[in-house]
Write a protein that binds this ligand. Structure first.
Ligand code: ZN
Length: 136
């Protein structure tokens, strides 16, 4: 793994939280993006080299809705950048980590993403992400 790419925070109301985090960081988010397949709306902030992703559920089926119902708002996942997501999935499966989606899916912010089950990582949901490089 290369570095922490971002930290994801589950929020009830992304508009309210955008204002709050804008005050906290002293700068606005740089991107809002809805990921329909995941039933989430996301907002990204940059703090120095680091990124924070806010996630709001867009419906009840959303994993974020389930998370908030169970645990309340708060840190939802830590995302690590990798340079070869398929290889990393193979390596981690061999080590016994439980992979939630073996085949990378389209995530927010132009990334392909894979999640590891928190049961195999001390209760922390881990996201692996690799930037999608446009070939045009
Ligand atoms: Zn994320």
């Amino acid at each position: 793994m290369l570095k922490i790419e971002h930290i994801g925070i589950a929020v009830e109301d992304i508009e309210k939280s955008n204002a709050l985090f804008e005050d906290l960081f002293g700068q606005p988010h740089y991107k809002i993006e809805e990921v329909e397949s995941e039933h989430v709306k996301t907002a990204f902030f940059k703090v120095g080299d680091n990124k924070i992703e806010l996630l709001e559920a867009t419906d009840k089926k959303s994993p974020i809705a389930k998370f908030i119902k169970k645990k309340g708002e708060g840190i939802h996942h830590i995302a690590f950048e990798v340079d070869n997501i398929e290889e990393e999935v193979k390596r981690l499966s061999k080590k016994g980590f439980k992979i939630l989606n073996e085949i990378p899916k389209q995530g927010a912010d132009n990334k392909r993403v894979v999640f590891l089950h928190p049961k195999s990582t001390n209760g922390v949901l881990i996201e692996l992400c690799q930037e999608i490089v446009d070939c045009d």
